[in-house]
Design a protein. Structure first.
Length: 95
């Protein structure tokens, strides 16, 4: 299981980050049909929290999958570098 890219850049939306999931390679061209469990840490911290971040900032993200049929549980060997940029300021209209 590995990330398609070592980093992803998003813009703040007020929702949990919507990232591209890591690739899961199974035997005999089988498709992975389970869910990913993510955890993240703020840049410079070793304390991982469950889920995906919401706020603008720099993070490292790990992913894991549970045991499924003929396969044991797995996780990403390397963490993803995730940068959530600040959103543009809202337009102010004077009426």
């Amino acid at each position: 299981m590995e990330w398609k890219s070592a980093s992803q850049n998003l813009t703040y939306t007020g929702e949990a980050a919507s990232i591209t999931a890591p690739a899961v390679t199974l035997k005999n061209s089988e498709a992975y049909g389970g869910t990913f469990v993510y955890s993240y840490a703020e840049e410079g911290s070793a304390e991982y929290k469950p889920g995906l971040p919401v706020n603008a900032g720099s993070y490292t993200v790990k992913a894991e999958i549970g045991e499924q049929n003929n396969y044991t549980a797995a996780n990403t060997a390397d963490a993803l570098k995730l940068v959530i940029g600040k959103a543009s300021a809202p337009e102010v209209v004077n009426e």
